[in-house]
Structures are given as C-alpha cells and as structure tokens.
Design a protein. Structure first.
Length: 32
C-alpha cells in the first residue's frame, strides 16, 4: 500500500508541475 501511495503521489506531483510550469511561464512573460 505504501508503494502504491508513493506512486500516486509522484504522479500527482508531476502532473501539477507540468500544468503549473507553462502557466507560470506565460504569466512571467506577460508581466515582463
């Protein structure tokens, strides 16, 4: 169960990072 939870958490974190990086880049370009 612990391994499964770790895999799920890693997937969630990776998805959040992939979604947030483009948004942050576009926001940074707009501000600059």
């Amino acid at each position: 169960m612990k391994a499964l939870l770790q895999v799920i958490s890693l997937v969630v974190i990776s998805v959040v990072v992939v979604i947030n990086l483009p948004c942050g880049a576009t926001l940074g370009e707009r501000k600059a």
